[in-house]
Design a protein around this ligand. Sequence first.
Ligand code: NI
Length: 262
Amino acid sequence: MAFKQLDSFNSTEEIRLALRSWPEVDEYLVQNKGVIIPLGSTEQHGPTGAIGTDALTAEAVALEVGRRTGVLVTPTQSFGMAEHHLGFAGTMSLKPDTLLALIHDLVISLIRNGFERVFVVNGHGGNIATVKSAFSMVYATAASQELPAASKVRCKIANWFMAGPVSRQAKELYGDQEGCHATPSEISITMHLEPSLLEKQKDLPRASPVGPIFGAEDFRRRYPDGRMGSNPFLAKADHGASFLEKAAIALSDDLIQFLNAP
Ligand code: NI
């Protein structure tokens, strides 16, 4: 079995890989082969949302999942595939092949020293296709390099914003004004995490409706203020606390199933 149920912790210090020493990681690996990688994006989030929204939310959910399950959490990968947001200032994007290589290299590094179950907590829809491709490359590399645990390696991407209880709450609170970019649910979590963001919120005219995406210039033309169908004015910090808890509970269940599956 790749996983022994560990105690949950009162704080996140115990589960942050960045705060562990290598002998401590070796010791952890005797009982638990699981690891969480938070993955976000650094991109425009409409006229009022923070550029770091997807990284802030992914990190908060990942740390809370780690705290509840005792599974180690790596530093956050705050840059993702945001090519279609490059028409807006502040966006910093990795091309799909760059992100693919980056995720591949990070996961192979973990596997080389004994991790077997890699759980990516993702905050950005634009990362999904590329991360899944990276996992395919990871399996191929682990096999071709004959890494000791190659046959046991499993990778999974978990998108907190797609968890059932999160989507249901977003629908109840915001209906169709949740939209699909710069959504009130993700903005709510950032307001809960960073009180300075509360002051940025203001009433906004209705956003452009949800539609297709064909690159940066086309995106800016279709969605001139960066939102897609969303009304972030509906966001509230206490909604954010509730979204964060719902996401963490749902993803902790997913993680434990993933660690215990053959
Ligand atoms: Ni986002």
